[in-house]
Structures are given as C-alpha cells and as structure tokens.
Ligand binder design. Structure first.
Ligand code: GLA
Length: 364
C-alpha cells in the first residue's frame, strides 16, 4: 500500500498567466488530500471519505471509459491514461480523503489528482521523475476531466515548500522557492472564502483562454508571455475585449516578477500594492471577479490590509489580504459585516501559511 498527501494552494499573484506561458507565484496550503492505493481482487475501485458508495470500473483506456461521478474521474483519470500509455495496471482500491473545500478556488482538484498520481507512482513502481509526475497530473485534469487549466495548481501541489512561495516559469516549468513568511514581519495572510461557487469547467475560463490564444495569434507571438510592451500590443488589436485580456496578462506577468523581487529583498510589505493592482486588473481588464469577491477585497483594504486580491480562476472563490497581524480579527469582522450588509452569503475566514508539497505518508 502507498499513501501520499498533496496540498491545495493559494496563488499569491499571477492569475491566468500560466496558460499564457507566463509567471505565477503560488504557495501550498496545509490542507490537502490523502490518498492510499492498494491491491484489490477485481477492477479499479475508488472510495472517497467525502462521497458515499464505492465506484468500481473495469480496466480500460480513456476512449472506452465508463461513466462515473465527476469526482471519480479525477482519480480514475490517471488509471485510464496509464492504461493508454501501455502500463499494465492491476486491480486496485484507491481511497481518498480531502479537507480542501471544493469550489473555493483552492485547488481541491490538484490536491486530489496529485496525491493519486504520487501514490500510484510509488505503488506501481512507475519511477516518474518530477516532470513526469507533473505531466501525468496535468493530463488527468486536461484530458480525462476536460478542464482546460494551465498547470500552476499541479506544479505547486507537487513542489511547494514550507515557508516559501513557488516562483514558476510556466513555459519551461522550472520553479524556485522564494521565502514567504508574513508572520516574521508582523503580517498575516488572511483568506476570505466568499463561498460564491466557482467552476473551472464552466465556459468563462475556457473563453478567457481562447481569447488569449487568439490575441497571441493576431500579435504573431507564441504566447502572450512574449509580449513585452502592453500598450504597443494593444494598439495593434481592434477587438476591445482582446485588448483588455492582453493588458491584464502582460501587466500581471510584470507584477509577478516585481513580487518575486520584493520577496527576495525581504520587503514583504511591498507585496501589498501589487496585490491590489492585480485585483483591479482582474476586475476591470480580465473581468473575472464577482460582487462578493470585490466586496471582500475592498473591505480588507478599508480595514487596514496592505493589499488584497482574488486568488484562483475567478467568478467566485477566495480573496487574500496581507493584514497586520494585530488587525486580523477586526478585518475579519469587517468582512462579515460587509457581506451581511450587501446581502452576500456568509463567508468563511482563515489564515494561511505556506506548507509543503506532495509527500509520502508513513507510519499509518
Ligand atoms: C485555475 C487553473 C490554473 C490557473 C488559475 C488562474 O486555478 O487551474 O491553471 O489558470 O485558474 O490563474
């Protein structure tokens, strides 16, 4: 039996830049998914502590897969793909248990997929190297589940480090751990889960991705990461929507690089204005925020946060604020009050520190 834990994530900055071959700066969360893989007598079976019943299917490839509940495709997807890759996968029982809230933009799906892939790698002796683990995890989400996501979530779930954010270049998939310890600077990363549901398989995410790819094609570059002068590029596009997308992606890439610089220089407080500028860009140019999210971001700022922004794919999910530690309770209260006044649902609040990426769980 192999048992692995893989975390969810918060993206500190760099939203919708990953599928544009750009830069991101996420961190792994303490919450995650634990998966165990063991031999079974017959078929491939999956059980989840968060769902009732056992899902059992006959071994097959992606094209011949049986219909299963959506959550189970995140688990069985790896088996279907391995089967197609020519791996002789024996009968297995896979058990998953996650404490990452779903639909909150905290990458519950990457936690699930990465813990499954790592546990399978060990149990089946696949010998995947770091890029092989990343590639299979991404294929599960893109090809088996059908969510056109960009790879950041799986990368940080696999490689995150305690006390560090992970600066990732999504073109060559290299990453560098950069110290991120707000507490040492009297600051706290406060997370507001707006509970406004967000779903990546819905059309808006895919539409943004298609728009970015179309803009890159019109501009004659491989990806928007290759645009260095946003104004010049925008002046060459006629479509107002594509102009906004380009402005967001190009300025967001620049903000990630600036964020890495300030962290390297030990000036964590200087992240604040970058967070806030990123939020404005997502709201006004990329147009992926919703009223609940904007309320949270604005209220955190008014309550003394150095900066605040939505994190994740958008259209709901979580907002992060960099808040002086002695003001965390007051900021949380302000958000609760603002949500009640605006008639939004009740938010969930928690503080987050950067945790480790995927790891084997021993001693069970
Ligand atoms: C989701 C996707 C990521 C990334 C973010 C937006 O989390 O899974 O690949 O595109 O949205 O930054």
């Amino acid at each position: 039996m192999a048992v692995w834990h893989a975390p969810g994530r918060i993206n500190l900055i760099g939203e919708h830049t990953d599928y544009n071959d750009g830069f991101v700066l996420p961190m792994a969360l303490p919450m995650g998914c634990t998966t165990s893989v063991e031999d079974a007598d017959d078929g491939w079976s999956v059980v989840s502590a968060q769902a009732s019943g056992t899902v059992t299917v006959a071994p097959s490839g992606l094209a011949d897969r049986e219909q299963v509940p959506e959550w189970a495709t995140y688990v069985l997807g790896a088996l279907w793909l391995l089967h197609d890759d020519g791996v002789d996968v024996p009968p297995l029982l896979i058990s998953v248990d996650s404490d990452v809230p779903t639909g909150a933009g905290l990458s519950s799906s990457a936690a699930l997929v990465c813990s499954v892939v790592c546990a399978l790698d060990e149990h089946l002796g696949l010998g995947l190297d770091p890029s092989g683990l990343l590639s299979l995890s991404r294929r599960v989400e893109n090809d088996a589940v059908g969510a056109p996501t960009g790879g950041m979530d799986q990368l940080v779930s696999l490689r995150g480090e305690v006390g560090h954010a992970l600066f990732c270049d999504m073109r060559d998939l290299t990453s560098e751990a950069v110290p991120f310890e707000p507490a040492a600077n009297g600051l706290t990363l406060l997370v507001v889960d707006t509970r406004a549901p967000h779903r990546l398989v819905d059309g808006e995410y895919a539409a943004r991705r298609r728009g970015c790819e179309e803009a890159a094609r019109l501009l004659g570059v491989r990806a928007l990461r290759d645009v260095t002068d946003a104004d010049e590029a925008v002046s060459r596009l006629d479509d107002e929507e594509l102009q906004r997308y380009v402005r967001h992606v190009v300025t967001e890439d620049a903000r990630v690089l600036a964020a890495v610089e300030v962290l390297r220089a030990g000036r964590i407080d200087a992240l604040g204005p970058l967070f806030t500028a990123s939020h404005a860009s997502m709201r006004d140019d990329f147009r992926i925020t919703v009223p609940d999210v904007d309320t949270a971001a604005e209220t955190l700022l008014a309550a003394g946060a150095l900066g605040s922004r939505m994190t994740g794919g958008g259209f709901g999910g979580c907002v992060i604020g960099l808040v002086p530690s002695d003001g965390v309770n007051a900021a949380g209260e302000a958000v609760r009050r603002a949500f009640a006044d605006a008639g939004h649902g009740e938010p969930a609040l928690f503080t987050a520190e950067a945790a480790a990426g995927a790891r084997a769980v021993t001693g069970l």
